[in-house]
Design a protein around this ligand. Structure first.
Ligand SMILES: *Cc1c(COP(=O)(O)O)cnc(C)c1O
Length: 231
């Protein structure tokens, strides 16, 4: 499975090159290995080669792999059903997919029960796609206003998925819009809201995302190869 090591090294090299070119510190870009459909053996292999953070988009997959994968931070990056929050509240470091008030309330409630504060990112549907989850950019302030009083969640930034296109240059505009929104919110210094993470960029578009200011990239295929959904 040396391909995993080679892929991680290639991506890290890319991150460094882009950051140097942009005058940014490479270590400010956090690489999250997206491990959906990937077995624990391959995940452990990735950890051996420097991966510190993994992302899953299904609660069930976090639960089935959790005990087999140690020394890593778990990220919930996919659509989260309210009735499943209780299963992961003690397991994940960051929820990237907060997109509705009811979900925020449930996370707050479950976090309170175990006496923790849950870090969350607000998911933004930046290209207003029917098929994607997330808050429309124009409603983000209102949404933040609604949830920032919940004492057991802490807003740490924004997440977005760009439309799927062949040429990542086509989605540069969306990453740029996200960075503007991120900076605007940051400048307002809203109490209880910290704009620390801008989670955007996947295998196909992460280079453009970093150029536009992303500091958290979520890469699956680029590390583990093409996913096999038949099991
Ligand atoms: C699958 C997934 C990714 C990674 O996609 P790749 O194209 O395999 O890098 C990133 N973010 C989310 C939310 C995902 O579901």
């Amino acid at each position: 499975m040396s391909y995993i090591k080679d892929n991680i090294m290639d991506i890290e090299k890319e991150i460094q090159e882009i950051c140097h070119r942009m005058g940014r510190a490479p270590k400010e870009v956090q690489l999250i290995a997206v491990t959906k459909t990937i077995d624990t053996e391959r995940i452990r292999e990735a950890i051996v080669h420097g991966i510190t953070d993994v992302g899953e988009n299904k609660v069930q997959e976090i639960l089935s792999k959790y005990d087999g994968v140690k020394n890593v931070r778990w990220h919930m990056i996919g659509h989260l059903q309210t009735n499943k929050v209780k299963y992961i509240i003690d397991k994940v470091q960051l929820i990237h997919s907060l997109d509705r008030f009811h979900l925020a309330e449930e996370i707050n409630k479950r976090a309170k029960q175990i006496n923790r504060i849950m870090d969350v990112l607000v998911q933004v549907n930046i290209a207003q796609e029917e098929t994607k989850f997330g808050i429309d950019a124009k409603n983000v302030y209102e949404f933040i206003e609604q949830i920032r009083g919940l004492e057991h969640i802490r807003i740490q930034g924004l997440m977005a998925m760009a439309p799927f296109v062949d040429d990542p240059e086509e989605v540069r505009i969306y990453f740029r819009k996200m960075k503007q929104l991120f900076d605007e919110i940051k400048e307002r210094n809203i109490p209880g809201v910290e704009m620390k993470y801008l989670s955007m960029g996947m295998t196909n578009d992460y280079k453009v995302a970093i150029e536009e200011g992303s500091n958290m990239i979520r890469i699956g295929t680029g590390i583990f190869g093409k996913r096999n959904y038949q099991k």
